[in-house]
Design a protein around this ligand. Structure first.
Ligand SMILES: *[C@@H]1O[C@H](CO)[C@@H](O)[C@H](O)[C@H]1NC(C)=O
Length: 119
């Protein structure tokens, strides 16, 4: 009887774990897309007023989000730097509960830049 109960508890635990397993990559639209845009704008303005780089969002081409100890957003975007516009791939790994928990990686035609900031 005890064994049955253990198996039941284990089964329940596995069901809960598998329901929240990370890894699914979702392309965002609607309210999620808007939230992802806010997240990106927040990072861009924090970096611009700190160590740089100094970018403004021109437009989002595509964003995906993945749950991995927080959220990992992957953006294909057009960024404005001064008077130039360039297309970059930007990754924001957001763990806002950590000090410097927001990691931003810019993959642009002129190279890669990685920055961290707090939420
Ligand atoms: C993000 O920033 C861009 C450029 O500054 C602006 O046009 C856009 O409306 C902002 N988006 C949001 C969701 O605030």
């Amino acid at each position: 009887m005890l064994t049955m109960k253990r198996i039941f508890v284990l089964g329940l635990a596995l069901t809960i774990v598998s329901a929240t397993i990370p890894g699914g990559v979702t392309e965002l639209s609607g309210a999620d897309l808007k939230e992802a845009e806010d997240t990106l704008n927040n990072s861009l303005s924090k970096l611009a007023s700190g160590d740089g780089p100094n970018y403004k969002l021109s437009k989002i081409i595509k964003v995906t989000r993945q749950v991995v100890a927080g959220y990992r957003y992957v953006y294909d975007v057009e960024l404005i730097e001064g008077s130039k516009t360039k297309v970059c791939n930007v990754v924001i790994w957001s763990q806002p509960w950590l000090e410097n928990g927001i990691e931003v990686t810019f993959n642009c035609p002129d190279g890669q830049v990685v920055r961290k900031h707090s939420a």
